[in-house]
Each structure stands twice: as structure tokens, then as C-alpha cells.
Design a protein around this ligand. Sequence first.
Ligand code: NAG
Ligand code: NAG
Length: 407
Amino acid sequence: MTRVSPAVCVWLLFGLQAVAAVKAHCFLVPPKKLMENVDYTKQEHVARIHSDFDDGNGNIVYSLEGKGANQNPFNVFVVNPRSGHIRVTKILDREFMDSYMLTIVTRYKNGSLAESNFDLRVQVVDDNDNSPVFQDIQTGVVNEGSPVGTTVMRVIATDDDERGNRNSQIAYHIIDQTPAHDMFEMSKSGYILVKNSGLDREFQKTDQYVLTVRGQDLNGEPGGNTGTGTVTIDILDVNDNCPVLTTDFHTMCTTDVSVIVNAEDKDSYPNRPPFDFVIIPEGTQGKWQVNPLNDTAASLNAQESMWPGFYEVKFVVRDKQGEACPDPQKVTVEVCTCVDGVVCGKRATSKKSEFGPLGIGLLVLGLLLLLRKYDVMLILMKWAKTFYTFAVLTTITRQVEFSRSPV
Ligand SMILES: *[C@@H]1O[C@H](CO)[C@@H](O)[C@H](O)[C@H]1NC(C)=O
Ligand SMILES: *[C@@H]1O[C@H](CO)[C@@H](O)[C@H](O)[C@H]1NC(C)=O
């Protein structure tokens, strides 16, 4: 039989002082707060209950029910059935269980209820015992050329401490950027922004930045726990380069009919080859036709027999997106008679520089013998030109070598 009377109450006593007592049964009971990580197990009690029916001779039996008492996790809280002292048996962990709702049961010895049951809520107070954690590697993308202030991404770390508590409030910042171009900055709330203009995939020769970021709880204030994470930012290609010819000068023997022109474009797929070569008739000297060879090269074919001389050819070269440089691409083709596989008295500078004076002399002698049947003036002119060219090249080569040698 349950006795219900507004005049009869269970007293809940916090601590040792009677002033902390509340008539739990009769009033709303404020939650009892206990700190996590604090050892209360040595305390005789963290709360006491007392029924007005308790005659002090053991006529009343107190007990606890609920999770943390007679349900899993068992016996975190226990009550002395006679004294009504409630003890805690473990150091509490808020991240394991942040509050306990205990039902207090007051019975007579014969088993019948002496009071209505009532609940005691124990709230576990957070301690800053967790650090920010960055899950995995977070990745973002941004177009090259993006203006300062462009938002790239938001980085998120988690902190198991209590939500809405400064113990889990994370302030972010960047501690390292690779390559070290200082291109990005981070807001306290975790947004990564473009910091500097000039994000240029080709010029900076990188299409990915790796950032090391740090999060600190207590909103970044001293004493907060920290965690670090890695963020990668991919720089997306923008079609900001146009195809250009790799060389603006070619030689061609009068006996040949074509030269090969190559182009390059620093952008990445799909802003690159295959290229489309088109001759611009205006300003192009000679009759030529261009035929594709592969993605980056085309064959420039003479459409008539060419006299020795210099011919300028103008092209439009378009990338896969149809983009071309604003100005035409120009190439000069020197057409000349070739002797013994020697093209145009030698402009192919790389091989020429290997010749010493002896080589030049032998070459000139050979030319002289071969050309004996031709007009003497012509021979002398060619000889003079050839010799002059080699002399200049040799001098340049030596200067370059000299200037490169260690001081
Ligand atoms: C149990 O004991 C109380 C107090 O002595 C009494 O009031 C109540 O009637 C008893 N209940 C039963 C079922 O005997
Ligand atoms: C295209 O042809 C040119 C000239 O033959 C050659 O140098 C180049 O390597 C070729 N490129 C490809 C991608 O095959």
C-alpha cells in the first residue's frame, strides 16, 4: 500500500549540510552534478535520502533502480538500504554516459511501498579530457587563378567533449603549407580561403598543395587541447595557356619537300593537344600545306619547288578546346642547297659547337674540292660565309664555357 500525503516527503540531502536538503518527493529535484574524472568513491555519500516514515530502527528499506543501479551499467551508484546514503563506485566518464536517471524506491520491511517512487537525476559535468580529431585526409579543389578570398573548403575536426561547451569549441589555423607559397589562409571556424593571387598551376609547377592544420579546443585559448590534420587542395587547370611552336626556325634542303613543326601547351587535359594547325595565307611566304602528324606535330609541305631563301609561315594553332594564342605563330623556313648531308651551312647549332678549327678547315677543304666545278665567286662567297658563321659560333661557345667554369 502506498501512502500518499502532501505532508509526508522523502528528503534528499546533498552533502553533509542540512541546508542542502530538499524535500525531494514534494518538490522538483534539481539534478545532482558530479564531475567526470573526479574520484568520489572515497566519499561516504554523494547524496542521502530520508523518508518521514523512517523511524530510525530499520523499518524502511531504500533501494535504487535504473541504468547505473540495477541495470547496465550496474552499480555505478549504490544506496545503503538502511541509512539511505548514496555512494558512487566509479570515476565517472561523461563521454561514456553523461547523465543517470535513478529511481529511488522506499519500502517497508514487509515489501510494500512506503512512498511513491521518485527520480534523482545525476548529471556528469564535462572535463576537457578530449582533443580535436581530424578524420582522414580532407580534400578540396580550387581553380587556378581564383581571386583572393575565394572559399576553397571547410575543414572539420571533432572533439568528444560536451557539445556547446568550450571544451569542444575548436579554433583552426594552418601550421604548414607545401609547397611553401603561402597561398592559403584559414579562418578560426575552419574555412580555407585563397590568400594570395597568382594561384597558377603552370607557373608554380604544382597542381596540389598539402596543408597541415591544427585545431585547438577552448576556442583556441591557452590550455586547450590540440590535434593536427592533413588537407590536400587540388589546383584545377584553367585553359590559360595557348599552344606555341617549340621553335620558330627550320632549315629545309631544296631537295626536300617538308619540315615538321611542333607545338606545346602547358595546360593539362583537356586544355591541351591534340592541336589543330591552320596556315594563315596573309603574310605567309611560299605555297605550303600543313598536315597533322600526331597530337602535337604537323608536317609543313611545300606545294611548289622552293628557291633558296627565307620563308615566313604563319599559323593558327588551336588546342583541344579550340583556343589559340591571340597572335599568329610564326616560323621561318630557310630553304637552301644541301651538300653531303650538310644542311644550309649549319644552323643546327648543337652539333656545330663540337667542331674545332681543324674540323672547320677540313670542312672548308671538302667543300672546295666538291664545288670546284662551280663558279669561283660563288665558292668564295659560300666559303667566307661558312667560315664566318663557324668562327662566331666557336667564339660564342667558348665564351659560354668560360663563363660557366668555376671561378
Ligand atoms: C507493511 O507494513 C506497513 C507498516 O508497518 C503497514 O502499514 C502495511 O500495511 C504493511 N503491508 C502489508 C501488505 O502487510
Ligand atoms: C609527334 O611527332 C613529332 C615529330 O615526329 C615527335 O617529335 C613527337 O615526339 C611526336 N609526339 C607524339 C606524342 O608522338
